[in-house]
Design a protein around this ligand. Structure first.
Ligand SMILES: [Zn+2]
Length: 458
């Protein structure tokens, strides 16, 4: 089944064909680690996790790199404010990032390069650009000469006059042209810095990705991904640097951009006070519901986050897990890999159409409910695995409130006490226990096979 992907560079959906089918390369711009990430920052990693897993089903060897930017003025500011070395900030928040991503069911990348571990490659790339007259030194800075690269602006479709008029570029006295961007900048003694041919300094942000991508994936990569907010200037600048440093070779053959996440229709921002951090959301909601919400919209479209959408995602998963709970006694062969349902795979091959894939998953859940059996159960679980959903034990799913598990031992003890009370016809005590369970967020259903309990979703 061929994969087709929308290429932001050509603005068309194109059949995907890697340069080397035995080594498919994917690069995703990772976080700048100075704070916890918000849920909007998780959309790309979740979406591209589904993409990388799709590619791994089609190709024997996929190398997926997601970098860590651990040198940046925002990191310096945070370190200064808290009176700690930058390593304290970057160590803490890169670890928090890994935990957040794991919490959302995102597989770790094959390579996780750190910018500060690639200063040698960054300096070498800048030297190549200077030698090729694509960059120049001025007052301790090294700048990329945008005028030397006529194709500049092809990805974002902006022309340089428009950029200058719109004041989207920083004007500085050491720049030949306002659109020129920083490859290297000088560091004062209190700032982190490395020795270089241009004095002690630190790299600009854009060059880091170009250098790390070349170091781990090669000069031409198959897919470069990131949020649409990075298209300009970050990705535009990466293309200019990499193409010029590599003698005109194509840098990335496919550019994939995910749309932004809004919150109740508004941009998520500190000033609006509506920033939702992943690490907090993971304690408040079932992680799979967060993941489902992020996959509900097509990745290229904007996606709105709201309490109603969150509740709907939980409700959808409740429905699917209810089917699995009913099928608890149906055994499937543990030695057989779970099937990848064809229609679901077809949806993902069609420019990663996750809304369609989720619709197919619902169809499979209905089929499993109507015709319970090993085949329908395996198909449902297989569909879930493809999307990183339905990975919980169904009983455990219904026994969590928010993101927290309820104390199951306490619930079982109360249920036992209630059984004893009912057997002794002490209905007042039995009712009091039911009330106590309700207070804990637990609902109980008495049935022929005893009492079943689950947790009220908040
Ligand atoms: Zn980048």
């Amino acid at each position: 089944m061929p994969i087709s992907l929308y290429n932001s560079l050509s603005r068309r959906i194109e059949p995907f064909a890697p340069l080397d089918p035995n080594r498919v390369t994917v690069y995703l711009c990772g976080p700048t680690v100075y704070n916890y990430v918000h849920i909007g920052n998780a959309r790309g990693p979740v979406v591209f996790d589904v993409l990388v897993k799709l590619l791994r089903r089609h190709y024997p060897n996929v190398v997926y790199a997601r970098n860590i930017t651990d040198v940046d003025d925002k990191i310096n500011a945070a370190a200064l404010e808290q009176g700690v070395p930058i390593g304290t900030i970057t160590g803490r928040f890169s670890e928090a990032y890994r935990q957040d991503m794991a919490g959302l069911g995102i597989a770790p990348p094959d390579v996780e390069p750190y910018a500060t571990a690639h200063i040698g490659q960054i300096v070498a790339m800048i030297q190549t650009l200077i030698a090729a007259a694509n960059a120049y030194e001025a007052q301790g800075h090294v700048l990329f000469d945008v005028g030397s690269y006529p194709a500049y602006g092809a990805l974002s479709g902006r022309d340089t006059d428009e950029l200058i008029a719109g004041a989207r570029v920083e004007v500085a006295p050491y720049k030949k042209n306002p659109t020129d961007f920083v490859l290297w900048k000088p560091s004062t003694p209190e700032l982190p810095g490395w020795d270089s041919p241009w004095g002690r300094g630190r790299p600009g942000w854009h060059i880091e990705c170009s250098a790390m991508s070349a170091a781990h994936l090669g000069e031409t990569i198959d897919i470069h991904a990131g949020g649409v907010d990075l298209q300009f200037p970050h990705h535009e600048n990466e293309i200019a640097q990499s193409t010029c440093a590599h003698g005109g070779k194509v840098f990335a053959r496919w550019w994939l951009h995910n749309g932004m996440l809004t919150f109740d229709g508004r941009k998520m921002s500190k000033s609006l006070g509506n920033v939702l951090h992943v690490h907090q959301l993971l304690t408040q909601h079932p992680p799979e519901a967060l993941r489902l919400l992020l996959l509900r919209g097509h990745y290229r479209q904007p996606l709105d986050w709201s309490d109603a959408a969150m509740a709907q995602a939980i409700g959808t998963l409740d429905g699917w897990y209810r089917v699995l709970r009913e099928l608890n006694d149906v055994a499937i062969d543990p030695d057989q890999p779970l099937p990848v349902p064809e229609r679901l795979e077809a949806a993902l091959c069609d420019d990663l159409n996750t809304p369609q894939a989720l619709a197919e998953l619902s169809v499979l859940a209905d089929a499993a409910r109507q015709a319970p059996g090993a085949g329908t159960k395996a198909a449902l679980l297989g569909a879930g695995a493809v999307l990183g959903l339905l990975q919980d034990d169904p009983e455990a799913w219904f026994k969590r409130a928010g993101g927290h598990a309820v104390d199951a031992g306490r619930v079982e003890a109360l249920l036992e006490e209630r059984r004893t009370a009912r057997a002794a016809r002490d209905f007042a005590r039995a009712d009091a226990i039911r009330h106590e369970l309700t207070e804990m967020g637990v609902v109980i259903e008495d049935g022929a096979q005893g009492t079943r309990w689950s947790v009220i979703k908040r």
